[in-house]
Design a protein around this ligand. Sequence first.
Ligand code: NAI
Length: 463
Amino acid sequence: MPNQFDVVVLGGGPAGYVCAIRAAQLGLAAAVVEREKRGGVCVNIGCIPTKALLHSAYIAHLLKTSAEFGVEAGSVKTSYGTAMQRSRKVADQNSRGVDFLMKKHKIAVFKGSGVLQPGRKVKVGSEVLEAKKAVVIATGSRVKGLPQIGLEINKTTVISSDEALLMEQVPASLAIIGAGAVGMEFADIFNAFGVPVTLIEALPRILPIEDADASAELAKSYRKRGITVIAGAKVTKATVAKDKVTLEMEVGGTSQRVEAAAVLMAAGRAVNTQDIGLKECGVQLDPRGFIKVDATLQTTTPGYYAIGDVAGPPMLAHKGSREGVVVAEILAGRKPHAIRYDNVPSVTYCHPEVASIGLTEDQCKEKKLDYVAGKFPFSANGRARGTGETEGFVKILRDKKYGEILGAHIVGSHASEMIHELAVARENEYTVEEVELAVHAHPTMSEAVAEAALDSLGRVIHI
Ligand code: NAI
């Protein structure tokens, strides 16, 4: 295999493999270096298998409540092992899909841990790959524990999402530290599989980066389902025994203790910047530990670009993929549409789902913007009533003067799908009035988007 390419991508996750595909589409010779299966964390041990498990969780929930829909399911039994095996098949299918795409686009794939070398080179095992145009760093991120308080991941009693996605049997009880996307999704899954779950968040509310109304709605929904939600809780000490973990926490000036058979660490991820030759190539990190990049995603060393989680937040697959496309286009001499980082959708796939773009209401207040909030609850939506999915709402924050969509927040079934109407509108600078102008089909959950828009204009129909 010739070892000279136009672009050499280090990392085959959603940022890296998409970058290679776009480069190949534009006539560049591309190579991808990956030590694990193609598709990275997202495909193999992240987004895709969790969505499969969340669907199993949803089916369990549906069956437990099916009698009210006139369907008797008898006694419902769950098997996490079976759900997990199914999620592995889904992940493997997706990874094979990425392999197929690599072949289709004639992208050379090198298996192994790549290390950057000066002169736009990457060493993999005994081979040295040379990039005529650029090396693209897309090494992603990994789970992390909190060793400073005694919570080192040991894969039995202190686990991460990696272990949770591969276990055959659920633990007798589970404490989850961190109520970001990972914590929220696994709390949903394990609760549905009958595990007593305690969800612990250091900040004053769960899903702290979302709108406060979304956090409140999810806290209410989770508590109703029997999940213990403790926010504003600082875990100060952990005692890890053979078959249990004891957590000591400070909550609002009082001390509390939680005991669980296992603890799932969901307090953020660490970026993979170690041992890949960054220093040797002069590639610098920013004070937060991400690779420093300019507006074109080029690092401090010309000819070395960084995309995806290593290039900074939000650490989301779709943000990484878009960065991959943009870098490939820049390298092919194009002038791509600049990424609007403030319009990258954030989605948590728990039940009900949470999806948002733009500013939260608190951020509008902090920025002293002249805004109006339009809100419509799914409890007033005919389609949602029909399916029994009445939890949640659509909330649109509208600039009073120009009608700009400052932010949009959806909590509810299919929120992950519905957010895109508002993302497209916001990307193209449509006003809230223009979103509502399009006739929304009846009966659909999406009607709540139009109604929230109307509410912000003082013209809501169904409440
Ligand atoms: P995160 O940073 O989103 O959330 C971690 C949470 O843990 C924060 O709310 C933080 O306040 C809390 N926390 C930190 N230290 C704590 C402590 N000592 N005690 C209690 N709480 C503590 O990280 P997460 O959920 O682990 O996800 C990692 C990355 O992966 C994020 O960037 C996330 O957006 C991304 N991801 C995205 C998903 C999605 O889009 N659906 C799914 C899973 C992950």
